[in-house]
Design a protein around this ligand. Structure first.
Ligand SMILES: [Zn+2]
Length: 117
């Protein structure tokens, strides 16, 4: 399954260390691309399949991403408890704006798109 990865200054909610391995997410052109906060998301269909199939007109998306904490001392390292591995990726006007730990209000689909416009 193809996805993109954003490498943010993101602190694991369990051990508070920076998660160096980044957060995987599936919107825009799915091209296994590495992004940083502030980068512009590619919607170029030549780069890879688009998700959703069309860019939302405002370029705004909030979507669920996933991460694995790299810190071997972290409890999530062994438990892989899904709640701590979820992140919320916010894209505003095509720019990757924030990546935050996410504790969903209800069960969400993997890589769910929470909202877009
Ligand atoms: Zn951790």
């Amino acid at each position: 399954m193809s996805f993109n990865t954003v490498y943010p200054t993101f602190h694991c909610p369990f051990c508070k260390q920076i998660v160096d391995s980044g957060v995987g997410f599936r919107v825009g052109a799915l091209a296994r691309r590495a992004y940083k906060i502030g980068d512009t998301l590619s919607w170029n269909a030549e780069d890879g399949p688009l998700r959703p199939e069309q860019r939302p007109s405002g370029g705004n998306i909030r979507t669920v991403g996933y991460f694995n904490c790299d810190n071997p001392k972290c409890t999530s390292w062994q438990d892989c408890f899904p709640a701590v591995q979820m992140a919320l990726v916010t894209i505003a006007k095509d720019k990757i704006e924030t990546v935050e730990a996410y504790d969903p209000p209800a069960q969400v689909d993997q890589f769910a798109i929470i909202e877009m416009d």
